[in-house]
Write a protein that binds this ligand. Structure first.
Ligand SMILES: NC(=O)c1ccc[n+]([C@@H]2O[C@H](COP(=O)([O-])OP(=O)(O)OC[C@H]3O[C@@H](n4cnc5c(N)ncnc54)[C@H](O)[C@@H]3O)[C@@H](O)[C@H]2O)c1
Length: 336
């Protein structure tokens, strides 16, 4: 349902990447168009078949098969970059330098240095850069944050994503393109970790296994963050985990939380010291808040929720975990 505000100038939006794996290009444009001040303008994909599909989805939309031509010919103002992970930063820098606002799909980039380059380019041209952290507003994390005060000070976050299976033969399994096993879903889990463990990062470690599958991603990578104030966060991304594990477990000084995508259980103690488990009602997801905020930022100057500096903290966890695992030692973060 479009939000009702009349008389707003429409910002011309487009996507770079209109892939078929999850139809994310269509998803982004439809989500953007729920807001009155956006207008679908252009789609660019190197695959001519994909841009043909875009013209069926959005009749009359401009189409391009290379970014240079799009930036030269189109007056599109906001570009959503929905590409394989290794292309996020180079294409975003190119668009930012051409004076266009950018929303970059997660993960923002593969390295902290790439994040620095995007932030510098956006500042220089006075344009916006943000990351599509739509799961910032997922039902489970909103529910966790609502009930977090009940468990005292959270001192341990543990999350897990994966199982035991041969990775599919696609770009997500190629470390040079994907960044590694932790960069896909790990971008969401590590953002949730930082939403809950709201403290400075003091040290990042990584632990990896690479001996089972033939693709170039790690079979398993664990990122461990030491936070100021005696707290620790860990995320495991694994293709070799045969035993079941909790998806999210948070320990606090007075209780604990165990969560999946669809459930949140809060553990507390009653007056007699017995453990009480409460399956709490789930908060509704508010994923469309992402583009509503980008809209209000660009049209009304409201503060951006997903700032590039926030997204850089997520990438720092993923990037430094990999570097630490290769070096075999903990690393001090550049950005606390
Ligand atoms: N936030 C979410 O919930 C969510 C869900 C799915 C995917 N994603 C992210 O979206 C991004 C893309 O994933 P996908 O599943 O759509 O991939 P995909 O493989 O389906 O699509 C990628 C598209 O990029 C095109 N492409 C490649 N190089 C290009 C270039 N130089 N210029 C223009 N087009 C180019 C390809 O032709 C392809 O159509 C990734 O960052 C992924 O992590 C996010």
């Amino acid at each position: 349902m479009p939000r009702e505000i009349t008389g707003v100038r429409k910002i011309k939006v487009g996507t770079i990447g209109y892939g078929g794996a999850f139809n994310m290009g269509r998803h982004h444009l439809n989500d953007l168009l729920k807001n009155p001040g956006f207008q679908a303008c252009a789609v660019c994909d190197v695959d001519p078949e994909r841009v043909k599909i875009a013209t069926t989805d959005f009749p009359g939309i401009e189409t391009y098969t290379d970014v240079d031509t799009m930036l030269r010919k189109s007056d599109v103002e906001l570009l959503v970059i929905i590409l394989p992970h290794n292309l996020h930063a180079p294409v975003a820098v190119q668009c930012l330098q051409a004076g266009r606002h950018c929303v970059v799909e997660k993960p923002f980039a593969l390295t902290v240095e790439e994040c620095d380059a995007m932030i510098a380019a956006a500042k220089k041209k006075k344009v916006m850069v943000s990351t599509f952290h739509n799961r910032h507003w997922d039902s489970n994390i909103l529910t966790i944050l609502k009930h977090l005060p009940k468990i005292g000070r959270p001192f341990r976050w543990e999350s897990f994503h994966g199982g035991y299976s041969q990775p599919k033969d696609w770009w997500r399994s190629d470390k040079k393109v994907s960044g590694g096993v932790i960069f896909d879903w790990g971008a969401h889990f590590c953002e949730w970790m930082l939403q809950v463990m709201d403290a400075e990062m003091q040290e990042i470690s990584g632990f990896q296994v690479k001996e089972v599958w033939k693709n170039s991603n790690e079979d398993e990578l664990q990122a461990v963050v030491r936070f100021k104030g005696n707290a620790v966060g860990s995320h495991v991304a694994s293709d070799i985990a045969l035993a079941p594990r909790d998806m999210i477990q948070i320990l606090g000084t007075k209780g604990a939380i165990v969560a999946t995508h669809r459930s949140v259980d809060v553990y507390t103690r009653d007056k007699a010291g017995a453990t009480v488990r409460t399956s709490v009602a789930m908060e509704p997801a508010r994923n469309s808040d992402y583009y509503a905020n980008v809209h209000d930022h660009l049209h009304k100057g409201k503060p951006l929720v997903i700032t590039p500096e926030w997204s850089r903290r997520v990438i720092q966890v993923l990037d430094y975990a990999g570097r630490s695992a290769s070096k075999g030692q903990a690393l001090k973060p550049k950005y606390a």
